[in-house]
Ligand binder design. Structure first.
Ligand code: AMP
Ligand code: ZN
Length: 112
């Protein structure tokens, strides 16, 4: 999609700091990092959110998680928090599926 930021980043027409690429998935640094490692894992194909990825291709979702693990293995001892925001109410600002890989510092608990 020509007007989608993450489609354009995954196609290379908007610059990013890539850390890992596969045929179906890219991983690049978040422009406003909230942890020492803050990498976005994004399918090259346009899906609006992670639930749409899961519905369309469980294999692609599994590859996103494998890429997240590989990023964490390289940068933060294999330990990481994986965040998927789904919908504006949950804080999703880019309507192209992406996982936030957060690591490199102790994480507070999200749930009580
Ligand atoms: P979300 O709020 O879950 O939709 O996450 C979108 C993320 O994309 C935010 O953490 C932004 O900082 C990040 N972001 C926005 N524009 C860019 C960009 N051009 N390159 C890298 N990350 C970006
Ligand atoms: Zn897109």
């Amino acid at each position: 999609m020509d007007d989608c930021l993450f489609c354009r980043i995954s196609a290379g027409t908007i610059p990013s700091t890539m850390v890992l690429e596969t045929e179906a998935v890219v991983a690049f640094r978040d422009i406003a990092p909230e942890a020492p490692t803050h990498v976005l894992v994004v399918p090259r194909a346009h899906h609006v959110d992670v639930s749409a990825v899961a519905a369309a291709s469980p294999t692609l979702l599994a590859e996103m998680i494998d890429v997240a693990q590989r990023v964490a293995d390289a940068e933060c001892g294999g330990q990481f928090r994986l965040v998927f925001n789904v919908g504006e109410m949950a804080g999703q600002t880019i309507p192209h599926a992406h996982a936030h890989v957060l690591g490199g510092a102790p994480m507070g608990r999200v749930l009580p």
